[in-house]
Design a protein around this ligand. Sequence first.
Ligand code: GDP
Length: 563
Amino acid sequence: ADIMRKLMDMGQMLTFNQTMNVDAAVMIAEENGIKIDISTEKAGEELLDSVVQTEEDLQLESRPPVVTIMGHVDHGKTSLLDAIRQTKVAEGEAGGITQHIGAYTVAVRGKQVTFLDTPGHEAFTAMRGRGAKITDIVILVVAADDGVMPQTIEAINHAKAASVSMIVAINKIDKPGANIDRVKNALSEHGLISESWGGDTIMVEVSAKEKTGLDTLLEMILLQAEVLELKADPHRLAKGVVVEAKLERGRGPVATVLVQSGTLRVGDVFVVGTFSGKVRALITHTGAKVQEAGPSIPVEVAGLPGVPSAGDVFQVVKDERVAREIAEDRARKQRTADLSGSAKVTLDDLFAKIKEGSVKELALVIKSDVQGSAEALTAGVEKLATDAVKLRVIHSGVGGITESDVLLAAASNAIVVGFNVRPEPKASALAEQQGVDIRLYTIIYDAMAEIKAAMEGLLEPTLKERMLGRAEVRQVFTVSKAGVIAGSYVVDGTITRAAVGVRVLRDNVVVYEGKLGSLRRFKDDVREVQQGYECGISVENFNDIKAGDIIEAYAIDKIAAKL
Ligand code: GDP
């Protein structure tokens, strides 16, 4: 009880069967005149470090490139993946019946290329956020009839943030409306200049539908791979990344592992996430059972005791006992939420991190209601750079803050700045979970002043806004006395009269910010309306409400600055 009281004084609420940290143990012992020696036995990650081979004596050999396809929705990512798979896998391998294991390999003139099967930059950035860098080359698909679209730009910025080289596939050139020069022109505005125009970005014209240009695209991938000099040592204990994992009926948990170095073999002992086990079988994307898989080769692994997460590192170790210990240690840590302490940068702790030297650059993702303000804000904040910190806008765009924005921020340790826009509910939840700081402003000067103050450690106790409730406008009608009433349905939280303010959102862009006029249920004025109920809302001095708008009510809390 004495020790627990002491711990409580130190701000640590521990019960009998919890573990106290070393510092606390030493301090309590010293106060009681006891000297303790801390002897650490290697456990968990340290143990893993000690059994994994060092980088000495690497016998590097060239390995196939790993490719991810990105681009705007409907520009043909899936079609392109399928077209390459159909024409190339069938040619090169027996059977030709392909299995979807999350990645596949094709052979081109005796050389191999690996494609990751989940197109899109969200998956790519989510993996990167977990520390897994698996893609060597990004194929940016742009439809020739549609041109550069918002997600094309997002994909470019996600790939740039990850420093991955890009090859552009101009798709749908079979279509009558195809305009290749227009695509090249638009891409050049984003720093991708075609080789044929004297730049250094390889651009290939393809049609996933007619299966034309695929050979050239593959040749270019191989060429780029040669330039990148991709190498790995196949002669060591295998290490890879989980690209997909699932529970399969009759087979139990299976995971597709992309081997990154070493060679994975049947019978190998491994640890992945919080699981350890022994490789029972290795299956390729053609359904063939194989005995081993080398660098850049994806294989489905059977023999796992549970389903790991995509992005988990898969590490082969020599000793089964060691593998088990490492997995158990991780599981223990996860239980006590040791792993949750995310070290993402926020404006509140920016100054401390600058001083400590752990932050030398503040990365920002900027979203705004119109292009002009995004540009003004980008130009403004980039000028705030000092000798100690650079400011870098890694992505800016128009529209509400999406999950993709938060993923990019999480993976790049960036903060998200919204100007006259709001996060989508899913994006807010993800930001909370990932510890990503989202800052919302309605005045450009405020945004710059706050970032500047944060850089100088002068960030005042901030007034932080708290969302009270959101109502969706179902129908709008006019009442002679009261003006425009929005017949609404509360989708989240509670709309209250006490709210400091309300704002009207259309597609997550703020169209009006002001005060609540009236709040009614049937004919009665009410104080509040909870989630799941209908109500009539009017917004003071604002009559331009439309069905489909979101009315958001908020309060403002004063948050004391952290010491
Ligand atoms: P994703 O959303 O980027 O994965 O796009 P999809 O692969 O689903 O393709 C979207 C649509 O474009 C589908 O209807 C495809 O059939 C069509 N499409 C894809 N590639 C081509 C192409 O090269 N030419 C034509 N004409 N249509 C294509």
